[in-house]
Design a protein around this ligand. Structure first.
Ligand code: ZN
Length: 107
């Protein structure tokens, strides 16, 4: 299977689009910095008060979770949320958003 140009996927698909697909609802916003409950780990009802565990910067496309320590860019977030390897996650993400997959042709 040919490779996928991850850089192109990251420039064409924004962090906001990935968050929308995951149904993420920010509980707090400070400019491009959004906070909310983590779409990757289920927080127990006991910890529901700690709503700021997940923070994401939609301008630079980076997220970090203080709860499960997961972090990365929008593609890594999609891969982690859907439990797929990066290559598969990139293809899946392009399909869901109706994008062309930026295959890397080596020849
Ligand atoms: Zn988390």
């Amino acid at each position: 299977m040919p490779g996928v140009d991850f850089n192109r996927v990251r420039t064409e698909i924004t962090m906001e689009q990935v968050l929308r697909l995951l149904g993420f609802q920010p509980t707090n916003r400070s400019g491009a910095q959004w906070y909310g409950s983590c779409p990757l780990h289920k927080s127990s009802p006991m910890h529901r008060g700690r709503r700021r565990s997940f923070s994401v910067n939609v301008a630079i496309g980076r997220y970090f979770c203080h709860g499960c320590r997961s972090h990365g860019n929008q593609l890594e977030l999609w891969a982690a949320a859907t439990k797929q390897p990066m290559h598969q996650a990139a293809i899946d993400l392009c399909h869901r958003l109706g994008r062309h997959i930026p295959w890397i042709s080596r020849w």
